[in-house]
Design a protein around this ligand. Structure first.
Ligand code: 5GP
Ligand code: ZN
Length: 142
């Protein structure tokens, strides 16, 4: 399904122009309007999914192969030293556009590397066991 008021639906389906770097029947990959680095790309499904939790399995399965292809082309074309794949779900995770998208962010040795970062904390072995068992339990119920 497409969503009428969704800008990424319009871009993915060619109603609004974009700097497209890849297109097939399921995806369009475009340059990000406010790039984190030179060549920052977004892979957009042509169907509307708010986020990862709505994404169809078929789309999810093809996504990684598509990301690999586009990332490799970007790495070669731009002589990038590395690539980050980033995918945000929900406001708390930094998602600002509610149409699923995967970021492909080329990295260069000269980058400030502040974009994809977190503060590592010490972990408590007992708490780690509890967390793992809570997630395992949910997985069994899916
Ligand atoms: P999010 O924070 O939701 O993971 O990422 C949204 C991304 O979409 C941001 O990096 C932002 O710069 C990009 N973006 C937002 N609107 C547009 C647009 O109209 N065109 C393009 N090409 N990128 C956009
Ligand atoms: Zn959409």
């Amino acid at each position: 399904m497409k969503k009428d008021d969704c800008i990424f639906c319009k871009i993915a389906n060619g109603e609004i122009g974009s700097d497209t770097v890849y297109e097939d029947d399921m995806f369009r990959a475009i340059l990000d309007l406010s790039p984190a680095s030179k060549g920052h790309i977004l892979i957009l499904p042509k169907e509307h999914y708010d986020d990862l939790f709505e994404l169809s399995d078929e789309c999810g399965e093809r996504l990684m192969a598509t990301a690999k292809k586009v990332a490799l082309a970007a790495k070669k074309a731009l002589h990038a030293d590395g690539i980050n794949l980033v995918q945000n779900n929900g406001e708390a995770a930094g998602q600002t556009v509610r149409h699923f998208h995967m970021h492909i962010i080329p990295r260069y040795e000269s980058d400030d590397k502040t974009m994809v970062a977190w503060t590592p904390h010490d972990s408590d072995p007992e708490e780690q066991k509890q967390i793992a068992s809570a997630i395992l339990k949910e997985i069994k119920e899916l």
